[in-house]
Write a protein that binds this ligand. Structure first.
Ligand SMILES: CC(C)(COP(=O)(O)OP(=O)(O)OC[C@H]1O[C@@H](n2cnc3c(N)ncnc32)[C@H](O)[C@@H]1OP(=O)(O)O)[C@@H](O)C(=O)NCCC(=O)NCCS
Length: 167
């Protein structure tokens, strides 16, 4: 299912797909859904890059980068999600996203924040070579209370040093 995974630029017509993925239980637990208008504004903003991951022509996930015009070449992987977490599509999607950030967008630094309790995402990022930089304690408020965010990053030299055929 993931052998033919591709990333393509998202269009306005993809926003409902993104929102429907964001709204699924296993995803909304860790990604706070945005309203349609907020996605439209971000999609039209040249400082964002919206990409849809497709397998056999069907959307399986998405990734959104922020600060793609950063003078520091420090690009934020702002959100990533797959429609069916735990089925093996997230890691290949992330590899394509990393390639897009470092090769196509020219990132020097790719960074993200992840809820501390999001063990699966942290495992995936660590397995791909991201480095944990620290924890922003109680940085995000959700209906059930405050949550800490872990900052993770990868630098371009680290990306280029990754084995080509990493599992
Ligand atoms: C994060 C996400 C993109 C990863 O994609 P995925 O398809 O679920 O990941 P995969 O199935 O490719 O890989 C999951 C890995 O995590 C491991 N894993 C699964 N559940 C785990 C858990 N609770 N704790 C630790 N590791 C876990 C699996 O064993 C697998 O590890 P392996 O590759 O070493 O065998 C996906 O889970 C997702 O969309 N989650 C909801 C939204 C989200 O959390 N986004 C990230 C916000 S920062």
């Amino acid at each position: 299912m993931t052998a033919d995974l591709v990333l393509r630029p998202a269009e306005a017509s993809d926003i409902e797909t993104i929102i429907s993925i964001e709204s699924r239980g296993p995803v909304s637990k860790f990604v706070r859904p945005w309203r349609h208008e907020r996605h439209v504004a971000a999609l039209e903003n040249r400082n964002f890059a919206y990409l849809i991951a497709e397998s056999q022509g069907e959307p399986v996930g998405f990734v959104i980068f922020q600060d793609v015009l950063s003078a520091d070449r420090a690009i934020n992987l702002m959100r990533v999600a797959v429609g069916e977490p735990g089925q093996g599509s997230g890691k290949p999607l992330m590899r394509l996203a990393m390639r897009h950030a470092f090769i196509d967008l020219g990132a020097h630094r790719l960074w993200l924040d992840v809820f501390a309790e999001n063990d699966r995402a942290r495992h995936v990022y660590l397995g791909l070579g991201f480095v944990e930089e620290g924890t922003m304690r109680d940085a995000a408020q959700k209906p059930d209370g405050f949550h800490s965010l872990v900052i993770m990053s990868m630098l371009e030299d680290e990306y280029r040093a990754l084995p080509v055929d990493a599992p």
